[in-house]
Design a protein around this ligand. Structure first.
Ligand code: 5GP
Length: 208
């Protein structure tokens, strides 16, 4: 599928280490950029306090998730720390075809799979300002054991070696600044000649 065909939306993929703050950035971005729509993922992990079905995730069991994989319902999926996560395909493609921008907030394995199949996506890597800050954030969440935190820090170092697969990287030190940078990326992508020029020139010609 070619996303740069007439009037497509843009697919933005926000990814990066756990604790870098991609979820928070994504939430702020959606509040401030009405044109963007979040793709709600499917997961086999249990809901956390305050999470809502169909808003935070579509919660499901492993068996149903595997059926969705077999049926080709997912744009990508990955196993992240023992649970499955995946992006339902239909809605994403429908929205893009309608010209609506879609944002995926997914892990790196998933992002790389999306890149293989949909290279026209815009891939943004969110980085923590430092490893010590990342450790502090993960500890502060209080949701993970010390062992799980060490595992995530180790994973982060591995993930950094794939950064060249991304189009942009944004360091999330001060949240407002990181959000502003991601918003700037969205605007820049919409200003690309390949995205806008052909149609504009056609309209000028018609008018002339
Ligand atoms: P959490 O359990 O904290 O909500 O998410 C754990 C990780 O799974 C995060 O890095 C998050 O970005 C990632 N994730 C959430 N949804 C998806 C998805 O649909 N696909 C993939 N590949 N990763 C996801």
């Amino acid at each position: 599928m070619n996303f740069t065909e007439k009037h497509p939306g843009k697919l933005f993929v926000l990814s990066g280490p756990s604790g870098a703050g991609k979820g928070t950035i994504c939430k702020r971005l959606l509040e401030e950029t009405k044109e963007l729509e979040l793709s709600v993922s499917m997961t086999t992990r249990n809901p956390r306090k305050g999470e809502e079905e169909g808003v935070s995730y579509y919660f499901t069991d492993k068996e149903s998730f595997k059926k969705h994989i077999e049926d080709g319902d997912l744009l990508e999926y990955a196993e992240v720390y023992g649970n499955y996560y995946g992006t339902p395909k239909d809605l994403v493609l429908k929205r893009l075809a309608q010209g609506i921008d879609v944002i995926l907030e997914i892990d790196m394995q998933g992002a790389l799979k999306v890149k293989e199949n949909y290279p026209d996506g815009v891939f943004i890597f969110i980085l923590p300002p430092s490893m010590s800050e990342l450790r502090k954030r993960l500890t502060g969440r209080g949701t993970e054991t010390a062992e799980a935190i060490e595992l995530r820090l180790g994973e982060t170092l591995k993930e950094l070696s794939y950064i060249d697969k991304y189009d942009y990287c944004v360091v999330n030190g001060v949240l407002e600044e990181a959000v502003a940078r991601v918003k700037a990326i969205v605007v820049a992508e919409h200003s690309k000649v390949a995205f806008t020029a052909e149609e504009l020139i056609e309209s000028y010609k018609e008018e002339a």
